[in-house]
Design a protein around this ligand. Structure first.
Ligand code: ATP
Length: 459
């Protein structure tokens, strides 16, 4: 695993502490989205570097985006994969909502495309396998990302791909379909538009594989397979997506075959599992276990001599920003002293999860230990009861003991022997099987479901 390894340790962190803004030192600005900004931070106690994304609460509220951020944190807190940008901490203060994630220093794919990086077929194939693995994982968690595009694919220092921005992702209920028109138009699958035109009832996981196909095409040619804009009418878009794609003659047959199977208009016939990827001539010989372990070296390694992001972002933060992050502590202290009577806690958004992955990992490890102990205890109890029954077999009365009953039953008691008031081994095992562990009961009550119904179109 690379930068986003879940095994990353933070030995100095007091596991039960809630993390907040003061635990981080702000190093520099590296990104800007439609609602928030991203900067590199260092956790003061462990020295570990992270990416901190922060969004202004007031901007979110005024633009109706608060629900998306709350949902993004809820989703990310339940996910972890080598090719996702994993969430480590989330918290809030009076001004902002914070998400602290894996730091990916290789820049986003859009940045490299704009810098005219030429990705080879081999490079694109590896990216498709890595993100295919992430999509397969999301599917097992019933999550559709819905906004796969170069802007949301970040590279680590070695060039491995990581999926970010779960702002419009949704978790499907079992056997249900999504139906809102969500995504970024040039990357959206035909069935999303057809759903908006009420030609189909909904769409599912294959929409992400279509977007992956568009990204793969764009990486190879620096243009997109379909020319459509934010103002192109829906009916026209449908026709465009049904038209033949131009594949340059110098692309290999195997590569074109992969793209055709990703850019298949019919979701049912489109590649949408890792196994289907593996069956294509281009990827037949790839070892997907090695892909998952990041053992296959990407052909494109992001430059290490400079930060792979717009250098103006840092200047902008220093000069233009009216509420710079590095002055937050002072600013909030001033505000708090001016509003001495009101409790800052009371202004916090209750639905926003305060999350600490280390605490969560510790809780899960404890649960596992407890369930192991319980299993051992149950086994020991069963054994001791079985053993305590055993002497009955060793001292049989002459009328009960026959050579065959001893051979058929370890306890030396015939299964049909009349009850003497003692429980039989089979009774004990059955009782144990039917007793739910406290962990199982808790897991059931804490399972959560999400469903997004609002349309979100990104231009
Ligand atoms: N974990 C990270 N590590 C390194 N850089 C990051 C990380 N997350 C985001 N960035 C950088 O910051 C930029 C903005 O990220 P952010 O997620 O806020 O924007 P976005 O995905 O474009 O948001 P939106 O879709 O809401 O406009 C990204 O394009 C990327 O360059």
């Amino acid at each position: 695993m690379g930068a986003n390894s879940s095994t990353r340790s933070d030995p100095n962190l007091h596991q039960d502490d809630d993390v907040n803004f003061d635990h981080f030192q702000i190093l520099r600005a590296i990104g800007k989205g439609s609602f928030g900004k991203v900067c590199i931070v260092q956790k003061r106690d462990s020295g570990v570097l992270y990416a901190m994304k922060y969004v202004s609460r007031s901007v979110c509220e005024s633009r109706g985006a608060l629900g998306g951020v709350i949902k993004e944190v809820e989703l990310l807190s339940s996910l972890e994969h080598p090719f996702l940008v994993n969430l480590w901490f989330s918290f809030q203060d009076e001004e902002d909502l914070f998400m602290v994630c894996d730091l990916l220093t290789g820049g986003d794919l859009r940045y490299h495309l704009q810098n005219r990086v030429e990705f080879s077929e081999q490079s694109v194939a590896l990216l498709v396998c890595e993100l295919g693995s992430a999509l397969e994982y999301l599917q097992t968690h019933r999550v559709i990302h819905r906004d796969i595009k170069p802007d949301n694919i970040l590279l680590d220092d070695a060039g491995h791909a990581h999926l970010t921005d779960f702002n419009i992702a949704t978790r499907l209920q079992k056997d249900s379909l999504a139906c809102s028109m969500s995504g970024t138009k040039p990357y959206m699958a035909p069935e999303v538009f057809m759903c908006a035109l009420e030609e189909v009832a909904g769409y599912s996981y294959p929409v992400d594989w279509w977007s992956l196909g568009v990204v793969a095409y764009e990486m190879r040619s620096n243009t997109r397979p379909f020319v459509l804009h934010s103002h192109t009418p829906l009916v026209e878009i449908k026709n465009i997506l049904n038209s033949a794609v131009h594949y340059p003659h110098y692309w290999s047959h195997e590569f074109i075959d992969l793209l055709q199977k990703l850019l298949c208009v019919h979701p049912g016939a489109r590649i949408s599992t890792q196994q289907e990827l593996h069956q294509t001539p281009l990827l037949r010989h790839w070892d997907f276990q090695q892909v998952l372990q990041k053992s296959i070296k990407p052909a494109f390694k992001p430059p290490e001599d400079h930060l792979n992001c717009d250098p103006c972002l840092e200047l902008e933060e220093m000069i233009v920003e009216t509420r710079p992050l590095h002055k937050k502590k002072k600013r909030l202290a001033k505000q708090r002293s001016a509003q001495r009577d009101s409790d800052p806690e009371s202004t916090l958004i209750k639905e926003f999860i305060v999350y600490n992955r280390f605490k969560e990992l510790k809780r899960k490890a404890m649960e596992q230990k407890e369930s192991d102990w319980q299993r051992e205890l149950e086994l020991a109890m069963a054994n001791s009861i079985v053993n305590s029954l055993a002497p009955i077999q060793e001292k049989p009365t002459s009328s009960q003991a026959t050579p065959t009953s001893t051979a058929n039953n370890a306890c030396g008691r015939s299964p049909s022997s009349p009850s003497d008031g003692q429980p039989k081994e089979s009774d004990i095992i059955e009782f144990i099987d039917r007793t739910p562990s406290p962990q199982a009961a808790q897991a059931t009550t804490t399972s959560r479901r999400f469903c997004c119904k609002t349309n979100t179109i990104r231009e």
